[in-house]
Design a binder for this molecule. Structure first.
Ligand SMILES: C[S@@+](CC[C@H](N)C(=O)[O-])C[C@H]1O[C@@H](n2cnc3c(N)ncnc32)[C@H](O)[C@@H]1O
Length: 197
């Protein structure tokens, strides 16, 4: 299983605000691009993938929207509009939820009022955590076990104090070269590297 977490610090948790901010400062399209490259291949999808999108621009709680590719059914296309539509649907389903509640959205998709920190604490129990960072170990020098989990951000960097917390959970930094890439491009390169092994 390959797991990807995208921490989207600028992405609104209100569905209308999310859709209205495409192409603007919040850049929620990053979420659609990353989801697309994590889950889909030509004429098919990768069943061994889970994606957690953590949206943090909120008046109450962060929203963690989780996609389990093996259980997703009514995908309805892989274009930006379709994928942002799935995210907006999950946000609508989460209205009025209390902290750390979970609701099913549709087959293969759930939404939780769970923070990034809490999510990674849970994932650390049965995943090998990797923070994507240009200053990390080159990916080709890194060994992977059966359950790697890759942590990425949108265009806003991970706060420094988060790195210390992640280190305590055993997370390692890995790099995909020195050029700054989009999160969605990182996902393609990670799949490529793991596909070779
Ligand atoms: C557009 S970048 C984030 C840009 C942000 N301004 C920053 O300085 O971190 C999106 C994600 O891709 C990761 N990333 C970008 N290029 C990378 C590279 N060459 N190696 C590893 N991770 C990379 C970043 O660490 C981040 O998680």
């Amino acid at each position: 299983m390959r797991t990807f977490v995208v921490r989207a610090r600028a992405a609104p948790t209100d569905s209308q605000a999310l859709l209205a901010s495409v192409g603007k400062e919040a850049h929620p399209e990053i979420l659609a691009h990353t989801l697309m490259n994590a889950v889909f291949v030509a004429q098919s999808h990768r069943p061994d993938v889970k994606v957690h999108l953590v949206l943090e621009s909120t008046r109450d709680f962060s929203r963690t929207i989780s996609f389990d590719a093996s259980a997703m059914q009514e995908i309805g296309g892989f274009d930006e509009r379709a994928l942002l539509g799935k995210i907006a649907k999950a946000l609508d389903a989460s209205r009025g939820m209390s902290k750390d509640e979970m609701r099913p959205v549709e087959s293969g998709i759930t939404v939780r009022t769970t923070s990034f920190e809490r999510l990674v604490q849970e994932l650390a129990e049965d995943h090998q955590l990797f923070v994507m960072d240009r200053k990390g170990t080159p990916i080709r020098e890194q060994a992977f076990d059966g359950n790697p989990c890759f942590l990425l951000t949108d265009h806003i960097p991970m706060p420094k104090k988060t790195f210390h917390g992640l280190e305590r959970l055993g997370a390692k930094k890995i790099a995909l070269g020195s050029r700054m890439l989009f999160a969605s491009q990182c996902v393609v390169l990670i799949h490529y590297e793991l596909d070779q092994r």
